[in-house]
Design a protein around this ligand. Structure first.
Ligand code: UD1
Ligand code: UDP
Length: 371
């Protein structure tokens, strides 16, 4: 019997886990493949990491690098060093990274320096805002991947414009939607984590981008906007650790805690967050992934950013870009679109398409990208 191909699946931060899970489950079913889970440890709190493994039925990682927080340089450097050591010991046939976080960039660099092929799930997205740390990760790493698995056709166009060879680009659809589709029946059957809001319209807020929460003036505007909005509609606001730290340091946490209609919490696990999202009247956010989930569900989404790397959520979805100073006057009468047209290949079958691309690529001898 031929030996199974070893495929590393790298995750480091919250938005990675729901992208890795469907692929892990799909590859596990394929007789030719031995998927190996790697966790860099960029996110490490129970509520930012472990709960996602539980909710998404993932086993504990095969390898945990335990890198933790730190400056960008510190995180990148430590992951490159630790993952390089692991790669030399384990020699996988293919490394798979997802999204645009520091773990994505660092593991790509480590693998490519050892001439190990790397596949990128969610390739080709561009905000064209190089003040975003994620944009730097995307631009740097998309120039060296061997396989680009794209979620939408705008991503293919971006890669072609950057001279990525067409043979390396595979439009496979949106893998986050695989997790949403797989989890929906379980999630809909479970109790709502905020029973006090279920009988009336409510909004969800999520914020963690440095441009909004590390900037003192924008953080103040954000808090003022959310407090004003909470007078009009109940808000569930799970606080990302970065955001909680910044609010606390700026003395602004108390204003949110005391706002009538505001329901603050720790970060929610995937199932709890989805349960809230399924019933939400609107969402105000600066998340990347939440723009896509609301688009899929037809929920009005207001994204406090100057640009988005996911333009399809605006052109075909429910997303609108705003400034933090707009939040207090958002239209709470915006209605959900229950009959949104399906987005191409956002169908819950992306992991299966990726597994097929991998199988063919590895059978062809995993050619490294040239040029
Ligand atoms: C990271 C990603 C961002 C992604 C976000 C998702 C990069 C450059 N940024 O941003 O793209 O949208 O994750 O949530 O990779 N912290 C904890 N506990 C944790 C994790 C973080 O307390 O489990 C605190 C630490 O003090 C840390 C800070 O949050 O320094 C920021 O974490 P970090 O991973 O550096 O950046 P994020 O803002 O989470
Ligand atoms: N999410 C979650 N709990 C929360 C906030 C977000 O499970 O309290 C999920 C969300 O549904 C989406 C993912 O986390 O699937 C997005 O991660 P995040 O916003 O942290 O990162 P980004 O997408 O901005 O990189």
């Amino acid at each position: 019997m031929t030996a199974k191909k070893t495929v590393h699946l790298v995750a480091g931060a919250r938005p990675n886990f729901m992208k890795i899970a469907p692929l892990y489950h799909e590859l596990k079913k394929r007789p030719w493949c031995a998927p190996v889970l790697i966790h860099t440890g960029q996110h490490y709190d129970l509520g930012m990491s472990d709960v996602f493994f539980r909710d998404l039925n993932l086993p504990a990682p095969d390898f945990s690098l335990g890198i933790g927080g730190g400056s960008h340089g510190e995180q990148l450097g430590k992951v490159v060093m630790a993952y390089e050591t692991m790669l030399t010991e384990t020699c996988p046939d293919l490394v798979t990274v997802v999204g645009d976080v520091n773990a994505t960039a660092a593991c790509t660099l480590a693998a490519k320096k050892l001439n190990i092929p790397v596949a990128h799930v969610e390739a080709g997205l561009r905000s064209r805002d190089r003040m975003m740390p994620e944009e730097i990760n995307r631009v740097v790493t998309d120039s060296i991947f061997d396989l680009h698995l794209t979620p939408s056709e705008d991503a293919d166009a971006n890669l072609r414009a950057e001279n990525v060879p067409a043979s390396c680009i595979h439009f496979v659809g949106n893998i986050m939607i695989d997790s949403l589709v797989a989890m929906a029946p379980v999630v809909r059957a479970q109790a709502h984590p905020f029973p006090q809001v279920v009988d009336r319209p409510y909004a969800i807020a999520t914020f963690h981008r440095p441009a909004n929460v590390d900037d003192a003036a924008n953080l103040r505007l954000l808090v003022e906007g959310l407090v004003a909005l909470a007078h009009k509609i109940a808000i569930i606001f799970p606080l990302h650790p970065r955001t909680r730290q910044r609010l606390h340091a700026a003395g602004l946490l108390v204003a949110l805690e005391q706002a009538p209609g505001m329901h603050l919490s720790d970060p929610l696990g995937y199932a709890d967050f989805m349960r809230c999202l399924f019933g939400a009247a609107l969402v105000v956010t600066d998340s990347g992934g939440v723009q896509e989930e609301t688009t899929y569900l037809g929920i009005p989404c207001f994204t406090a950013r100057p640009s988005t790397e996911r333009p399809i959520t605006i052109s075909l979805g429910t997303n609108v870009l705003i400034s933090v100073s707009d939040i207090g006057s958002l239209p709470i009468s915006a209605t959900r679109r229950d009959k949104i047209a399906p987005l191409p290949l956002w169908d819950g079958k992306t992991a299966s398409r990726i597994a097929t691309v991998f199988e063919r690529y590895l059978a062809d001898g995993a050619p490294l990208r040239q040029g």
